[in-house]
Design a protein around this ligand. Structure first.
Ligand code: ADP
Ligand code: ADP
Length: 229
């Protein structure tokens, strides 16, 4: 579902954030990338939807080579790749429903169809009763649920999670991880996540890899990986 081939990215100033990364994530898999701060995790994740364009190498998602697409095709392809963030990135001026509707508006979905889809999405994340609230009135876990609903609005095949539970307390973290696992199973959603929290990987990932100085130094089933000294 996600195929990264020989990805390289050097920022101005000379740091090789990605130094030849190969990674395959199978359809329906939950894959976690761990590694210390500065290892290149964020650059790697953002390369998957080309928020960060690699200097060289190829990115394929669902069989489509994103690195070969023009702007309009890339915009369409990105609708099939949802993303959530540590700080949620909700629009504070919009209600919960307004936030979830945004990607539908951008995709040109007619107003008459948006309302039903928004209701369906809020049901999916257990927030049907919060449609009219503003994000400021929600807890961190509820805000991340809104962000998940928004990320799934255009029915993506892939969800990218950028430290998605790092701003949450341990109990809320477990709730959000359960939701992600549930969505993975019910929708067949492929999930690629980055985290500094090995507990997250242990709880929900099928496989994981360790990124070190821009290189994926290990990759495999979670059990074996975390047993390493
Ligand atoms: P991680 O997510 O693992 O902390 P990042 O991908 O954010 O790692 O960063 C990898 C390396 O690239 C680090 O050395 C970081 O300082 C550097 N880096 C990240 N973004 C930029 C940028 N916009 N300009 C210059 N260097 C950057
Ligand atoms: P982080 O620092 O957590 O990696 P950023 O603040 O850099 O995340 O956000 C990544 C990009 O995604 C930004 O350009 C941001 O505006 C954009 N973004 C966030 N949420 C949405 C959304 N719902 N729809 C479109 N773009 C979004």
């Amino acid at each position: 579902m996600i195929e990264l081939h020989r990805l390289r990215k050097t920022y101005p100033g000379g740091v090789a954030a990605l130094d030849g990364v190969d990674l395959h994530v199978a359809p329906g898999e939950i894959y976690g990338v761990v590694g210390r701060s500065g290892a290149g995790k964020s650059t790697l994740l953002r390369a998957v939807n080309l928020l960060e364009r690699p200097d060289s190498g190829t990115v394929r998602v669902a069989g489509q080579e994103l690195t070969a697409l023009g702007p309009a095709e890339l915009r369409a392809a990105r609708r099939r790749i949802g993303m959530i963030f540590q700080q949620f990135h909700l629009l504070s001026a919009r209600t919960v429903a307004g936030n979830v509707a945004l990607p539908l508006e951008l995709a040109g979905v007619a107003r008459s169809q948006r309302a039903g889809r928004v209701r369906e999405l809020l049901d999916l994340v257990g927030l049907a009763d919060k449609a009219g609230e503003h994000p400021a009135r929600l807890s961190g876990g509820q805000r991340q649920r809104v962000a998940i609903a928004r990320a799934l609005a255009t029915d993506p095949a892939v969800l990218l999670c950028d430290e998605a539970t790092s701003a949450l307390d341990p109990y809320t973290t477990v709730e959000i991880l359960h939701l992600l696992r549930d969505l993975n199973r019910r929708l067949g959603l492929t999930i690629l996540l980055i985290t500094h929290d090995l507990g997250v990987v242990e709880r929900i990932c099928d496989r994981a890899g360790v990124l070190d100085a821009g290189r994926l130094v290990e990759s495999g089933p979670v059990g074996g990986l975390l047993d390493e000294p």
